[in-house]
Design a binder for this molecule. Structure first.
Ligand SMILES: [Zn+2]
Length: 150
């Protein structure tokens, strides 16, 4: 018996495309987000429970630092070359920073949930291995020691 290939995330599209469009990692419906950076509780099409995925605040902290460094560099470059009035910086960087943080956070969260979902459904993993990727847990699942009731 040969295990089939792992299911492709988002019903055939790539991880990046799924992340950009906010696609459900299981069925590919455009149902991942309820707000700009907030996941919907579950997929409207296939009922996949998005709240079962625990992504934590890792992407938010990392991206805020990254975007902050980038925007600071651009602001300094602008000041040194064109020396605009202070309110130009305010009008320029406030919306750009907000959009960059929200956009990158949305992309990162969607990408993480897609990767986590496809990791759970790799060969040798079972649906009951939620978040458990230790070799012992996987072996237990293969041998039937770990069942859906656990
Ligand atoms: Zn779905």
């Amino acid at each position: 018996m040969q295990a089939g290939p792992p299911p492709t995330p988002a019903g055939g599209s790539g991880v990046v495309e799924a992340a950009l469009k906010g696609l459900c990692p299981r069925c590919g419906a455009k149902s991942l987000f309820a707000a700009i950076v907030e996941f919907a509780p579950r997929c409207r099409a296939c009922q996949l429970d998005f709240s079962a995925f625990n992504l934590g605040d890792g992407p938010a902290a990392f991206l805020t630092l990254l975007v902050g460094a980038l925007i600071t560099g651009l602001a300094i470059a602008l000041e040194l070359t064109l020396e605009p009035a202070w309110w130009v910086h305010l009008l320029l960087w406030l919306p750009i920073t907000t959009a960059a943080v929200a956009g990158s956070l949305r992309f990162a969260k969607a990408m993480l949930i897609t990767l986590e979902w496809s990791g759970r459904h790799a060969p040798g993993m079972t649906e009951d291995c939620r978040g458990q990727s230790s070799p012992d847990h996987q072996q237990g699942a293969r041998e039937g020691r770990i069942t859906a009731s656990e």
